[in-house]
Ligand binder design. Structure first.
Ligand code: UD1
Length: 416
């Protein structure tokens, strides 16, 4: 298994090109199941999770052709089973359920099971599809779903916000008969990106960017070309890299509107963020201050930025409190950061961080995707050498990490 070795202490300077968003690309790829015609997605990042989605769709019969940064999806569904072997690698595999059901009236999709950051059930996905006329049974670790008469429109009020459930139902509703209204829908930029792609494929959707999405089902969808939006989490992560090293980075393609709460917290902490014609410039010349943060659905502070922001707060002056409200077990980076000299205590869903002047390099272990990058950030700021094991977590969602960071002065290398 690969590790990453970092010799910390270099302020990062230069530009980093932000890649297409992983969390937008995954549902967009699932849209390949909604038509036999060719769907072309541009601005796709070379990520392990997208390779997993490629494998999943291929075994459903879809031709997935990568050409540079473009993915061409097309062809007929020949198999409606999403097997455990692929689903267990990536929870977002559940996103094929809605499209398969809407398209071929029957699907068998393995239940994803728990994951490192919590239990993460899929009940909202299933209840929503049931409200649209699907019959759902759980059998042998699989969801067996059928809708022989096709799906019909329904009004679905989510009891709490779920990104994945909103996406699954948005895709399914596009091909259902009649009107579907999704209330308390997720408003993440990736949802709007998905809705835009569906509209380009012939769907009728209104309420984009709001918590109520109204979908008038159509009989069929057609091919389209859609550019995947830039990854706001990757951008926020590299903003933290500039901040923690006292550097100055231009994050090309990053969009301020998608990063509102993160930029707000960075500025509160003493980081300068300015919009430039090609992206966002993030720089820090003075000290960092501790600020409190609570994760929330968009437009709140994203849970996917919590671990990285905690690394930053670990070296800020004063104390800060980070409260995680989305996932119940998302503090696995805390003991690893503490091994590097951070002073962090967890009390229930909150972490109290008492800033230290300097972290020190240590061998640490990556536990999940975003937690892994918090260790990279800590390593970039620490004195001495940090070795991060199990970097396959990082490869799931960050493209060319070492290359992007090394080009800005970081002393970082991958060790096989
Ligand atoms: C997506 C993102 C993930 C991000 C998360 C929250 C993708 C591929 N992944 O995950 O990176 O951290 O949004 O922004 O886009 N829940 C239920 N029942 C359900 C569905 C969700 O109880 O049927 C719970 C989850 O356990 C969690 C909360 O709802 O506590 C939010 O989860 P959700 O928004 O669905 O996250 P994902 O779509 O899995």
């Amino acid at each position: 298994m690969d590790s990453i070795r970092i010799k910390g202490g270099v302020p990062l300077t230069g530009s980093i090109a932000i890649s297409g968003a992983k969390n937008a690309a995954l549902p967009l790829m699932a849209c390949g199941l909604l038509t036999d015609e060719t769907l072309t997605l541009t601005n796709a990042a070379r990520l392990a999770d997208l390779a997993t989605m490629t494998d999943l769709l291929s075994q459903h019969g879809i031709t997935v052709e990568w050409q540079g940064r473009a993915i061409h999806l097309g062809g007929k569904i020949t198999n409606n089973v999403a097997p455990y072997d692929i689903v267990r690698k990536m929870r977002a595999s559940i996103l094929v359920l809605g499209p398969l059901l809407a398209r071929v009236g029957e699907a068998r999709v393995s239940l994803p099971g728990g994951c490192a950051i919590g239990t993460r059930p899929v009940d909202l996905h299933l209840k929503g599809l049931e409200a649209m006329g699907a019959k759902i049974e759980l059998d042998g670790g699989y969801v067996n779903a059928s809708a022989p008469q096709g799906l019909h429109g329904a009004t679905i009020v989510f009891p709490f916000v779920s990104v994945g459930a909103t996406e699954n139902l948005l895709m399914a509703a596009s091909l259902a008969s009649g009107t579907t209204t999704l209330k308390n829908a997720a408003r993440e930029p990736e949802i709007t990106d998905l809705a835009r792609c569906l509209i380009a494929m012939g769907a009728t959707i209104s309420g984009l960017g709001t918590d109520t999405l109204i979908i008038e089902g159509v009989k069929s969808l057609h091919g389209a070309t859609h550019a995947i939006l830039p990854d706001r989490i990757e951008a926020g992560t590299y903003a933290c890299a500039a901040a923690i090293t006292g550097g100055n980075l231009l994050l090309e393609n990053a969009r301020a509107a998608d990063l509102g709460a993160v930029l707000h917290s960075l500025r509160d902490a003493g980081v300068a963020v300015t919009e430039e014609p090609t992206g966002l410039r993030v720089c820090r010349a003075n000290g960092l201050h501790g600020v409190d943060v609570m994760t929330e659905p968009f437009p709140g502070f994203p849970t996917d930025m919590q671990a990285q922001f905690m690394a930053l707060m670990a070296v800020a002056e004063g104390a800060s409190m980070i409260t995680e409200t989305i996932f119940e077990n998302r503090f696995m980076h805390v003991p690893e950061l503490n091994r590097m000299g951070a002073r962090i205590n967890v009390h229930g869903s909150s972490a109290i961080i008492r800033g230290v002047r300097q972290l020190s390099g240590a061998p640490v272990m990556a536990t999940d995707l975003r937690a892994s990058f918090s260790l990279v950030l800590a390593g970039l700021a620490a004195s001495g050498e940090t070795t991060i094991a199990r970097v396959y977590h990082l490869d799931r969602g960050y493209e060319s990490v070492e290359q992007k960071l090394a080009a800005c002065g970081a002393r970082i290398e991958r060790i096989a």
